[in-house]
Design a protein around this ligand. Sequence first.
Ligand SMILES: Cc1cc2nc3c(=O)[nH]c(=O)nc-3n(C[C@H](O)[C@H](O)[C@H](O)COP(=O)(O)O)c2cc1C
Length: 353
Amino acid sequence: MSLWKGKVLQVEIYGKSHDKKIGAILKKFPEEFVDESELQKFVNRRKPTYSPIFTARREEDKIIFLSGISDGKLTEKAVFEIENKDCNKSDYNNLYAKPRPSHADLAAYYKDGRLDFSGGGEFSGRMTAPLCIAGGIAKQFILRRGITVNAYLSSVGEIKGQSYKTDSIADIDFDFPNPKQQKMLDKILEAVNSGDSIGGCVECIVCGMKKGIGGELFDGLEGKIASLIYSIPAVKGVEFGYGFGLSKMLGSEANDQITINGGEITTVTNHSGGINGGISNGMPITLSVSFRPTPSISKPQQTVDLVSGEKVTISINGRHDGCIAPRGAVAVESAVAIALLDEIYYFELNTAK
Ligand SMILES: Cc1cc2nc3c(=O)[nH]c(=O)nc-3n(C[C@H](O)[C@H](O)[C@H](O)COP(=O)(O)O)c2cc1C
């Protein structure tokens, strides 16, 4: 069980990759209408498509609305479940006590002594399915407040696709897959065909964000969003706006000049990614998220048998994604939407009096 507590909202995620069920418990969300079919469509976007670049595990991911929805509206506490029907424990027979390099196996062994790493347990990417239930609901609620959150695959290895750093936001195609991504998808297939995996980046753009939300130091929006993004397995970096690129610029190049258009104060550029001093400045919030290459690969890798203490070579032949970033994009949208809904709802509750 993993619990996230925001300023108002709480999200609890339970279960493991090979349990019968996994789920999400949502507490203290706004008691508003949930479009169940839109929610299912959103969660379906996370599913692997029938492509060799994704895991061959086929889960229906049908959301079971267990409790907490009354007359279509969310109540104080709501519980949602998804069944795991396509588990294949035998894929992991040769991996007993042999931690997969760069997966959570070795670290989890240090924490609780486990030797059975099948399915990745609670560290599996599968756990982003319940995260996407919470995120899909948060997305609906912030959309009602005029805010959109869209994430897309922006690079795979050295191959770059569309980016808010180089393209106008209006031109970015958020569909997956789309023809502009073909070179990136070919690169993933190349890695898979050689028994390997590859890393990738996802970018996310928030439009319509209310100005002046967030706070200083520990209350900053960047930290809030980043902490939720880092709950997504395989995320190893987050930058806002031009992020690390800003460290290579002069102040005169980096600063977003302030102007006024038709009475509305805005900035000429958006290198800061819509946030200054931890507070939204009215420009689109932009962020880029780095996903490591999938740890499980069929190429031989070195590890240690934790029972015998011997060095051993393993080859991981189960069902795995060749690149996590494409499916990770839906989890990124979810994490961002939950963080923003918490901030906005908190603001509403505290200014309503
Ligand atoms: C959508 C998604 C799918 C994933 N699929 C796999 C997979 O097929 N095989 C694998 O080894 N890791 C996969 N992962 C990544 C591991 O869960 C992750 O690398 C591991 O828990 C270690 O965490 P860390 O990389 O954040 O340190 C996936 C992650 C996500 C978000």
